[in-house]
Design a protein around this ligand. Structure first.
Ligand SMILES: [Zn+2]
Length: 463
């Protein structure tokens, strides 16, 4: 049988069985939504409304469209059944139902392509579930700040492509975006507690978890400008916290505690831990004394001990720590994020820390997609095809791999370019994060992407 619109979805579903029949969308008049799925029902109703079809909510399961939970499906799994006059959307959890609704939006865009008079849906069944539990996007809100509304737009966009993690880089040498009570108010833009609560609510609505990041002990010049006493040399605070100053450690723990208050629903707290320069530590009497006192010989080991103390503080707060992968070895319950190579974690953590892939040559969205985009001289190109093709984890890392996360660092990405930068390669990334490797097919992906573009799916997402 020739392909149907059920074969045009992104991410490509696991199983599609087409009946060869068609359902004229105009016959769909009523919808039944159980109360716990109300939000997702409302989203589906507005998508139909976008195309001019007004659905009437009813209290009977004999409605034309039904949303339901189905305990036989995987938690994020979903199923759509399109009969001759009715549609069922099921999920293993509310998240699964939400993903069925996202798929339905694509089907509606395809079905309404010629107008509402002739709009139809191909009949059949689609059954799907994700390969990875961790499908993320990291956004750097320090190098360039984005407004609360822009952050919510980004979250809605990634959720429509079925990503479920928003990793939020909130501190760096160039600024602080969290309203820490101990940090004096400065001229820099910063999210308020109310902003954070509003963003967290928007994320929860879209089944997206926020992973906030407080980067330490490096990338910290902004904090150290306010608190030079916690740097090795207060006259020249630099970007690294002093490892030999117990008060600096105590101070960072109070910030971590407050960050956990800002994000009460975030089970994972990211501590950065990347790219700390050792020069100031090597020249610092306090750091050298701490090294000797700990019986260590390398500053990297002292940094490791510092990071372990910080991760324990996160665990004491009832959360799970996460770090960027460095040479440091972390306790087994720390999640480690690879950015240089997927094998680096395997090397440095032989005892099985779980990990997330963000290897730069397939995940760094700040890299230009082609020669027309602005770039820093050292940046390689990351075309969409490389996002799609170049991530395939080594077999020995698979049982430890929670998933994959794209990263948008914003040194040269102002707020107004964030959405276009994310959107351009997001579909390719989302398919890589969602589908089984044997189902990947670059040419078929391109066909589906062009198809969805041609029928205006992108505009539906922005509506
Ligand atoms: Zn020091």
């Amino acid at each position: 049988m020739s392909k149907t619109m059920l074969h045009d979805l992104i991410p490509r579903p696991l199983r599609v069985v087409a009946t060869g029949k068609r359902l004229p969308v105009g016959v769909l008049r009523t919808i039944y939504v159980p109360s716990e799925l109300r939000r997702h029902g409302d989203e589906l109703i507005s998508s139909f409304h976008y195309f001019g079809n007004v659905l009437r909510p009813v209290d009977t399961e004999s409605a034309d469209i039904i949303l339901a939970l189905d305990g036989t499906l995987a938690a994020e799994g979903w199923k759509i059944g399109i009969g001759s006059a009715a549609i069922q959307l099921c999920g293993g959890s509310p998240a699964g139902v939400f993903y069925a609704v996202t798929a339905m939006k694509q089907l509606l865009a395809l079905g309404y392509a010629r107008g509402s008079e002739t709009a139809f849906l191909d009949g059949g069944t689609i059954e799907d579930k994700p390969r990875f539990a961790w499908r993320g996007l990291m956004l750097d809100s320090v190098r360039h700040f984005q407004s609360k509304d822009k952050i919510k737009e980004v979250i809605r966009l990634i959720a429509d492509w079925r990503l479920n993690v928003f990793h939020w880089h909130l501190t760096d040498s160039q600024g602080l975006r969290l309203p820490f009570t101990r940090v004096p108010v400065s001229a820099d833009p910063c999210y308020t507690r109310a902003d954070l609560a509003e963003i967290a609510a928007a994320a929860a609505e879209h089944h997206v978890r926020i992973v906030p990041e407080l980067d330490m002990p490096g990338h910290s010049n902004a904090l150290l400008c306010h608190f030079p006493q916690y740097a090795c040399d207060p006259a020249h605070p630099g970007a690294e916290f002093c490892l030999g100053n117990p008060e600096a450690r105590a101070f960072l723990k109070t910030l971590l505690d407050e960050m956990m208050e800002f994000f009460p629903d975030s089970p994972i707290i990211h501590l950065g831990g990347d790219e700390a320069d050792m020069t100031s530590w090597s020249n610092c009497p306090k750091c050298r004394a701490a090294l000797q006192h700990a019986g260590l010989s390398q500053m990297r080991e002292l940094e490791n001990q510092f990071m372990n103390e910080m991760t324990r503080s996160v665990i004491a707060g009832g959360r799970r720590p996460m770090v960027w992968c460095t040479e440091a070895v972390h306790p087994a319950d720390t999640l480690v994020q690879a950015w240089q190579s997927i094998l680096e974690i395997h090397r440095t953590h032989p005892h099985g820390n779980q990990m997330v892939n963000s290897v730069h040559y397939s995940c760094y969205f700040d890299y230009p997609a082609d020669s027309t985009e602005p770039r820093l001289a050292w940046m390689p190109e990351l075309p969409e095809e490389s996002v799609y093709q170049s991530f395939e984890p080594f077999a020995e890392t698979l049982d430890r791999l929670c998933g994959t996360e794209a990263c948008l660092w914003t040194e040269i990405v102002p707020e107004w370019r964030v959405l276009p930068k994310v959107a351009a390669r997001l579909a390719a990334f989302a398919e890589t994060a969602w589908i089984q490797p044997e189902d990947k097919d670059w040419h078929d992906f391109q066909r589906r992407k062009k198809q969805l573009e041609a029928v205006g799916y992108g505009n539906l997402l922005q509506a």
